[in-house]
Write a protein that binds this ligand. Structure first.
Ligand code: KG4
Ligand code: ZN
Length: 354
């Protein structure tokens, strides 16, 4: 019997077990992470090593540095996750891993590590899409959340609005036509000389600023529910340039607040319109930008006002982590979506074919 055939029969047997524990690995960008998740909902451990300090010097993620740091840390994170969960490798039921989208060299480290563990233990290997992981982070803190729901996924590389129709069943309602929301935050932060990744610091700075001080253009897109952040990004850079060229100074907190407000308004105007038009009753946030304070407050306020039940993971589960991969991996395992030992990294894989 091949490894995959054996995994399939093991996965069937697992369904009769009281609890299923997945050791999950995430290495798609600049976080090396491992976690143990029970039944897709309960975090038994969640170890994250963030490489931010290594990349800050260069103003963004340097793929080669990311890969090297993943190689150095991935085993340590796996050991840490098992130790924190009070388990050995033999105690987990399956190995989940992010296979894309992300940086190919970075992804390959997690994928290779997961394949080696799966081969050594004979346990099923579950390939997880990173975006799906972000969405499933909501399951870890909201035991009452079940599909269907609408989910706005906003991260450094992605801005998508999904309809989550069932576990593992997604439909794209809208998406960015150019830059991701997180990318726009990082670029706007750079204008203020805020080090990478600028999003979180810009957000903090914005808390004390006047959001009406500066005006940024509104978004234009063909699709009713699609996003575009490139115009806003260019406007921010040009406007700053003009102010400085004229000898003026940018009031950083007001600038941050005005920019943040422009992005959050744009995100929510479309997302909530889509939620209303599609008849969604529940609305969830996901991805690194979902830790943005204004986005969280406004989603809760506007969503609740519309009669939506609103969900969002805590900030620590919005940015990249392996717990969310373990949550998504559980539902993939239940759906029999397993990988063989030929699993490869897929840097541009989509969550669904559109
Ligand atoms: O999901 P994530 O950790 O990685 C990707 O999958 O891309 O998202 C990282 C992105 C970065 O662009 C970062 O600046 C942004 O999320 N971000 C924020 C905040 N926290 C993280 N953007 C705005 N406000 C925040 N509080
Ligand atoms: Zn991410």
């Amino acid at each position: 019997m091949s490894y995959l055939e054996m995994s399939r029969s093991l996965a069937e047997q697992l369904k009769t077990q009281d609890h299923i524990r997945i050791l999950a690995i995430e290495s798609s960008c600049d976080e090396t992470a491992a976690a143990v998740i029970e039944d897709g909902r309960r975090i038994l451990s969640n170890a994250v090593y963030t490489q931010i300090d290594l990349h800050a010097l260069y103003g963004g993620v340097v793929p080669e540095i990311a890969s090297r740091a993943h190689v150095e840390k991935v085993d340590l994170m796996v050991d840490q996750a098992l130790k924190d969960a009070g388990m050995t490798l033999q105690d987990v039921d399956a190995i989940g891993v992010t296979y894309g989208p992300g940086l190919v060299g970075a992804l390959l480290i997690g994928v290779s590590c997961a394949k080696a563990l799966a081969y050594a233990t004979g346990k099923p290997l579950v390939p997880v899409n990173h975006i799906e992981g972000h969405i499933c982070a909501n399951f870890l803190t909201h035991p009452d959340l079940e599909p269907p729901f609408a989910c706005l996924v906003v991260s450094g590389g992605h801005s998508h609005l999904f309809s989550v129709e069932d576990y593992g069943v997604f439909r794209v309602i809208g998406q960015t036509q150019d830059d991701a929301a997180g990318e726009a935050f990082d670029k706007a932060a750079r204008v203020l000389n805020i080090p990478y990744p600028g999003g979180p610091l810009l957000d903090k700075l914005a808390e004390t600023g006047d959001e009406k001080r500066y005006r940024f253009p509104r978004m234009h897109t063909e699709g009713k529910y699609d996003y575009s952040f490139s115009g806003l990004k260019t406007a921010v850079i040009n406007q700053a340039h003009t102010i400085r060229q004229n000898g003026g100074e940018i009031e950083a907190a007001d600038w941050a607040a005005s920019f943040r407000c422009a992005v959050v308004d744009a995100l929510l105007d479309k997302a909530l319109l889509a939620a209303r038009d599609t008849g969604a009753e529940r609305f969830a946030l996901a991805g690194g930008v979902a830790s943005n304070r204004l986005l969280r407050r406004e989603t809760l306020r506007r969503g609740t006002e519309m009669g939506l039940k609103v969900f969002m993971p805590p900030a620590s589960l919005c940015t990249d982590n392996a717990a969310m991969i373990g949550a998504a991996g559980f539902y993939r395992l239940m759906n029999g979506e397993l990988a063989g030992l030929d699993l490869n990294a897929q840097p541009s894989v989509r969550l669904i074919e559109e």
